[in-house]
Write a protein that binds this ligand. Structure first.
Ligand SMILES: [Zn+2]
Ligand SMILES: [Zn+2]
Length: 140
């Protein structure tokens, strides 16, 4: 398990129980909307408000503990900061799968950006499609 106290403090944030719980829940589920996080966290903190969760998430995004994953046509999801990667986003169920940036994809990104003298410092790519389990549901 990630040491969330250390992670928060390293990013000049107070390690409150709410923040630790938010990080723990996101870590377990991968990518979550604020509402998804709320549904989980009220099991631990029944009196917490959606606004409080939202405020904490925005702050942790500002401090780069969390990353916002904007998803076309849906509410954004949040994930823990990790190495740049590619997202496979299912347009049916909204599921988001991580795929690492491999050497081949990096070559493509640099070919696109270098020719524009564009200094690439972060890759956030969403590929949209239909996941395997949704394909099975559609077929049946
Ligand atoms: Zn799906
Ligand atoms: Zn991701």
């Amino acid at each position: 398990m990630t040491d969330y106290v250390k992670l928060l403090k390293a990013n000049t944030l107070k390690a409150t129980f709410q923040r630790i719980n938010i990080l723990d829940i996101i870590d377990k589920h991968g990518h979550m909307s604020v509402e998804d996080i709320y549904d989980e966290i009220i099991k631990i903190h029944p009196s917490i408000s959606l606004a409080t969760i939202y405020k904490n998430i925005i702050l942790m995004v500002e401090k780069a503990v969390l990353v916002e994953v904007p998803i076309s046509g849906r509410k954004p999801k949040y994930e823990l900061s990790k190495n740049d990667h590619i997202h496979l986003v299912c347009t049916e169920c909204g599921d988001v799968e991580d795929k690492p940036c491999i050497e081949e994809t990096d070559k493509v990104f640099h070919a696109l950006t270098d020719s524009q003298h564009f200094k690439l410092h972060k890759r956030q790519v969403n590929l949209y499609g239909i996941c395997e389990s949704c394909q099975a549901k559609i077929a049946s």
